[in-house]
Design a protein around this ligand. Structure first.
Ligand code: NAP
Length: 290
């Protein structure tokens, strides 16, 4: 049986630490507040927003929702964000995507103050991550590293293959793992849809990280028996009985028993994505109350 790397128990410990830090801030009259901005109508955004609200409640942070209707334009939305940037009572901001189709996403994301950008999507924060400076790292990328570090999986000197090069997972994760820092120092290969010999490259990995968005894509043929697999995939579908199900990018049944360790979906990376976001909120509070 492969070792199952579960994120839930780790997240429980981290959440306790976050809760204690928030209680300390509150005792000093500072109420850590996370703002979510919605300017679109994707149902998945509503599910994600509800989850963020629940996670805030669990640790005692305040959750604030800003909803903008379809008749707002890019200029007006940007000016609303500038106002929220100036609000000292809101520390962290997340702009939910996708936006209404007529809104310029790049302008909007660049308008969020880098000091409140707890999603780590502002170019200033993405650039700092490349340079190895302290910054807001996108929570899923941070969580993918956290599950390895907290599970005591040695990363230093290991060949990590990441399948996926998005700006919110693959690229920031590659930057985190190559840093000259504790819990990093990996040799990283980033693969994507144009990569040739993908199976061979994946098989050569000590640690294989799948962030593809394609259910059950990684099967036994991509693996080796000593490999640790981190499955970032969260593919949503409805089963025959009409139940909502989540499937990873890794075919769990195919790789289980064939590799050293694997993260389950759900219950692997995702719980740590939630704590990484809350830790970013704490970082934002620290920056703004210094
Ligand atoms: P994305 O923006 O769609 O990026 C997918 C990446 O996979 C792209 O770089 C793409 O290559 C690559 N890819 C697609 N098909 C491929 C193939 N056949 N062979 C090799 N590479 C291929 O997705 P994302 O936002 O990074 O998300 C990745 C996964 O993580 C999804 O399953 C998503 O649901 C999940 N996710 C999980 C969490 C969590 O909390 N656990 C949070 C966010 C996302 P190209 O660049 O060449 O197109």
């Amino acid at each position: 049986m492969s070792i199952l790397l579960k994120g839930g128990p780790i997240a429980k410990v981290i959440r306790k630490e976050i809760k204690a830090k928030i209680e300390k801030y509150i005792s000093q009259g500072i109420i850590p507040t996370l703002g979510v901005l919605i300017a679109g109508n994707d149902p998945a955004v509503e599910v994600y927003t509800a989850m963020i609200e629940k996670n805030c409640e669990k640790v005692g942070a305040v959750f604030k929702l800003y909803r903008f209707s379809e008749n707002i334009n890019t200029e007006k939305l940007a000016s609303e964000i500038v106002d929220i940037n100036r609000d000292p009572l809101v520390h962290g901001l997340i702009m939910m995507l996708p936006l209404w189709s007529h809104i310029d996403e790049k302008i909007i994301l660049n308008t969020i103050s880098p000091d409140k950008d707890i999603d780590g999507v502002h170019p200033v924060n993405a650039g700092k991550n490349v340079l190895g400076e302290e910054t807001f790292v996108p929570s899923t990328a941070q969580a993918s590293k956290d599950i390895l570090n907290y599970s005591q999986i040695e990363v230093s000197g290991k060949h990590v293959v990441i399948v996926g090069r998005s700006n919110i997972v693959g690229k920031p994760l590659a930057n985190l793992l190559i840093q000259k820092a504790e819990g990093a120092n990996a040799t990283v290969t980033v693969c994507h849809s144009r990569t040739k010999n993908l199976k061979d490259i994946c098989r050569s990995a000590d640690i294989l990280i799948a962030a593809i968005g394609s259910p059950n894509f990684i099967t036994e043929e991509f693996t080796n028996p000593d490999q640790v697999i981190v499955d970032v995939g969260m593919n949503e579908s409805i089963d025959k009985e009409g139940n909502y199900i989540l499937t990873g990018d890794v075919d769990f049944n195919s790789v289980n028993d064939k590799v050293a360790a694997v993260t389950p979906v759900p219950g692997g990376v995702s719980p740590l994505t939630n704590t990484a976001l809350l830790n970013n909120l704490l970082k934002a509070v620290e920056i703004q109350t210094k």
